[in-house]
Design a protein around this ligand. Structure first.
Ligand SMILES: C=C(OP(=O)(O)O)C(=O)O
Ligand SMILES: [Mg+2]
Length: 569
């Protein structure tokens, strides 16, 4: 049995597909039949082209133009005669095997592009490497795990999954994810919840312990994986799976119902998304709005900044897709662990404490202005709320708001329409902002508490570091006091307070947050109906008392135990 961190609920029984970075072994061989080697190369190129065309069409249909662009770039590389014909000449001139010839040409081009003083060209090197490796695998007969074209239903086992893996894979065939690294708030974990695919992350050596084709059973809630389970275990997991499916059916009945406590307090249950494509999941789960649209995904996996028009279209799609429900769109939160290939940044000792998010946007104002123009232009298509990430002082907030005013003035001068009703708010994820939230509340329409970062900054504990993850605890009394303070300060100024960190959708945190008076809870779409079920069963007045008791406790452990004891009833 393996134990990791339950990242996305669900009971899964299925066959494992271990996604490894297969090392290609390429040797120089003297050959006599050049024609046969050239044919081998050409066939492999054709097969790769067919594969890429299929993947591209699929990405275009399911995910949109931007995701499909990666594959278009790969196809262009294969269609470039320079690459393939150079390899053909090498086979004929030097009498060498096809894989060796292609690999040499690859190395030459990659070296050339990598040494160029141009970010875009350096990026091309990665495309050439990727696509030629695909061809090489075909020449060598190395099994290519094409996540977009899976033959049967599988449980993906990987060291980690990249954003392009999760973007391109065939979601209908993927029963679940098991990864070696990651925590509850890592990319794979967030993605698995968005896609509603059961997942366990942080398993340490799942890729070593689980062999390709092994039958596995796992529980995405508890983080337990059983490799080659016996009959009794299979029966147990099958029963759990049925129970889970019944629970999901009960949740279905809550669609269209209000999120209201037994004594009549309404709250808003919104969803967190990364791309316009995620709106479908929100509608399916009856979200009452979007509480966090992480726009950085628009900027990732590409060669240059997205244009104003491209951004406008993405924001418009979300606003329209949610038919007038409120949509909080967060301005670019890049830096820390989220890097852009085309935006070179200095090495930093502490990237999470460094040049990121609003700091970067205020410094590189042109990036910020383009995004804000797109946002205000899109505002006429729905109910937009703009939110700034990582604000740590009043000065930063005022500067960011000033840029909004400049953008509005620009649009007005150009005769471009925007809505006057756009709310402007900020995330509370830095302790200094929480501490002066009484002052900040006067200048915003709302706060949204980002516990993922607030916990790491309050407790000085890196949210990605497994070794100290025992210190990363949402029940930490210091964190809870800050949350309560922020909500109270918002309310004193007549503003609303929400939360878009992972804690907002946590069944053990919801009773406390409700008692603190949180107005909006924004979470992974799959957590919405379970949250509604819970809230509908709780009394606001009872939770107020309960949360006061929680605040009187001294340690995270005591608090967690107290919540568990109270709600296990
Ligand atoms: C929602 C948050 O932002 P992110 O997870 O994108 O850093 C947070 O910090 O809680
Ligand atoms: Mg954050």
């Amino acid at each position: 049995m393996l134990k990791g961190i339950g990242a996305s609920p669900g009971i899964v029984l299925g066959k494992a597909l271990v996604v490894e970075d297969t090392q290609l072994v390429i040797e120089r061989k003297a050959i006599t039949d050049c024609e046969a080697e050239v044919a081998k190369l050409r066939t492999a190129v054709e097969v790769s082209k067919e594969e890429l065309t299929k993947v591209k069409e699929k990405a275009l249909a399911e995910l949109g133009e931007h995701e499909a662009e990666i594959f278009e770039a790969h196809l262009l590389v294969l269609e470039d005669p320079e690459l393939v014909e150079s390899a053909v000449s090498k086979i004929n001139d030097e009498k060498v095997n096809a894989d060796f010839a292609l690999n040499e040409i690859k190395e030459m081009f990659v070296g050339m592009f990598e040494s160029m003083d141009n970010e875009y060209m350096r990026e091309r090197a990665a495309d050439i490497k990727d696509v030629t490796n695909r061809v090489l695998r075909h020449i060598l007969g190395v099994k290519v795990v094409d996540l977009a074209d899976l033959a049967e239903e599988v449980v993906l086992v990987a060291h980690d999954l990249t954003p392009s893996d999760t973007a391109t894979m065939d979601k209908k065939k993927v029963l679940g994810f098991l990864t070696d690294i990651g925590g509850r708030t890592s990319h794979t974990a967030i993605m698995s919840r968005t896609l509603e695919i059961a997942a366990i992350v942080g398993l340490s050596d799942a890729t070593k312990e689980i062999k390709d084709g092994d039958f596995v059973a796992f529980n995405g809630d508890t983080g337990e994986v059983i490799i080659s389970p016996d009959e009794e275990t299979i029966a147990k997991y099958t029963k759990l799976k049925t129970d889970f499916e019944e629970y999901k059916k009960a949740l279905e009945l809550l669609k269209g119902k209000a999120s209201i406590t037994t004594d009549g307090r309404h709250v808003e249950l919104a969803g967190n998304i990364g791309t316009p494509g995620d709106v479908e999941g929100l509608i399916k789960n009856d979200a009452e709005g979007v509480g966090l649209y992480r726009t950085e995904f628009l900027y990732m996996d590409r060669n240059d900044f997205p244009s104003e028009e491209e951004q406008y279209n993405a924001y418009k799609a979300v606003l329209e897709g949610m038919s007038g429900k409120p949509i909080v769109i967060r301005t670019l939160d890049i830096g820390g662990d989220k890097k852009l290939d085309y935006l070179p940044m200095d090495e930093e000792m502490n990237p999470f404490l460094g040049y990121r998010a609003i700091r970067l946007c205020l410094d590189r104002k042109e990036i910020f202005v383009t995004q804000l123009r797109a946002l205000y232009r899109a505002s006429v298509h729905g109910k937009l709320r703009i939110m700034f990430p990582m604000i740590s002082s009043l000065e930063e907030l005022l500067q960011a708001k000033e840029v909004c005013e400049e953008v509005k003035a620009q649009l007005k001068a150009e005769g471009i329409a925007y809505s006057e009703g756009v709310e402007v708010g900020m995330m509370i994820e830095v302790p200094s902002a929480a501490v002066i939230s009484d002052v900040l509340a006067k200048h915003v329409d709302f706060f949204s508490i980002g516990t993922n970062d607030l916990i790491q900054y309050t407790c000085a504990v890196d949210r990605m570091n497994q070794k100290i993850s025992y210190l990363y605890n949402q029940f930490n009394p210091a964190v809870l006091r800050l949350i309560k303070m922020v909500i109270d300060n918002a309310h004193k100024e007549g503003k609303w307070a929400g939360m878009c960190g992972e804690s907002a959708g946590d069944q053990l945190m919801i009773p406390i947050l409700l008692g603190f008076g949180l107005d909006e809870f924004s979470m992974s779409p799959i957590s919405i109906l379970p949250a509604r079920k819970l809230i509908n069963s709780l009394g606001f007045e009872d939770m107020k008392k309960f949360s006061e008791e929680v605040l009187s406790l001294g340690t995270a452990e005591e608090i967690k135990a107290y919540v568990e004891k109270t709600f296990s009833k």
